[in-house]
Design a protein around this ligand. Structure first.
Ligand code: CO
Length: 289
């Protein structure tokens, strides 16, 4: 057993996206700050409606997947073909942009707390132009594992193994084999879980305090903590407890050329995406049923 150590920290920085939504961006805050296959992680967290009310009006995507996970608040998703989805606390939307989608993500509240995450996961070259698809996953469809050592884990994607028990989340079978866990630990407890060796993994501590690996390195608050290779992740909660995301996936090892919401392999493919968006063929009738 090789326990993964904390290899690199990508602090989150204040950023603004959409029509002026204030958020914290860690992964993706710069072209070199990715963790293949993960392109970007944003956390939006505010009690002030001015920070989120303007939302994310109509915008395109091509070439990757976006995963929205709500902790608090209510967001409505709508695309250019009239598909709609409502996301509330604990809900997840897993969107495969593939060839193209033009959509909006708008808050459905005018007061109170809005908190959640948006993760971007790359697609391999052979899947970048596949039809767009959605999975709207209600909170009740996401299994919660109660840990023998205390605490609980929501399994959004991939499989969590604890002793004899394996718990699989609703998202399975993707090329990048993503593991997406939301872990809540009481003070002083230790979480250990197998994570496939060779997959890239990182942690994002959004509440409390945590130490990582056998050498118990402190994980900074609201930063992406990239993990060295190994087959096991070990996290120990500090005095206030800890709430964090654990993400892992199979690296693609392909060239990445990104232009805003388009992530392709070559400059030519980006030019094509821009041309398709301009002439209205980016996302025409390509949704999977
Ligand atoms: Co979007």
């Amino acid at each position: 057993m090789t326990t993964r150590t904390l290899a690199r920290i990508i602090p989150s920085v204040a950023a603004s996206d959409g029509a002026g939504v204030k958020l914290r961006r860690s992964l993706g805050n710069g072209q070199a700050l990715r963790h293949d296959p993960f392109l970007m992680l944003d956390e939006f967290f505010s009690d002030d409606p001015d920070d989120y009310l303007r939302g994310f009006p109509s915008h395109p995507h091509r070439g990757f997947e976006t995963v929205t996970y709500m902790l608090d608040g209510h967001m409505r998703h709508e695309d250019h073909l009239g598909h709609r989805g409502d996301l509330g606390p604990g809900d997840v939307q897993w969107m495969t942009a593939g060839r193209g989608i033009i959509h909006s993500e708008m808050p459905q509240q005018t007061e109170g707390r809005m908190r959640g995450f948006q993760l971007w996961i790359n697609l391999p070259a052979k899947e970048k132009m596949k039809p767009a698809a959605y999975r709207d996953i209600p909170a009740r469809a996401i299994p919660t594992v109660v840990l023998a050592t205390g605490g609980e884990v929501r399994v959004i994607a991939g499989t969590l193994v604890q002793g004899e028990h394996a718990t699989s989340g609703p998202i399975q079978g993707l090329s990048t084999e993503p593991l997406y866990l939301d872990v809540h630990l009481p003070a002083g407890t230790v979480f250990m879980a197998p994570v496939t060796a060779g997959h890239q993994a990182f942690l994002y501590l959004y509440d409390g305090e945590a130490r990582v690996g056998d050498d118990r390195q402190a994980l900074p608050h609201r930063a992406a903590g990239l993990l060295a290779d190994g087959d096991t992740v070990r996290v120990e909660a500090g005095a206030p407890g800890a709430r964090f995301l654990l993400l892992a996936g199979k690296p693609l090892g392909e060239p990445i050329v990104q232009h805003g919401p388009f992530v392709m392999n070559t400059r030519e493919e980006i030019e094509q995406a821009l041309a398709d968006y301009r002439n209205g063929t980016l996302a025409v009738s390509n949704l999977e049923d």
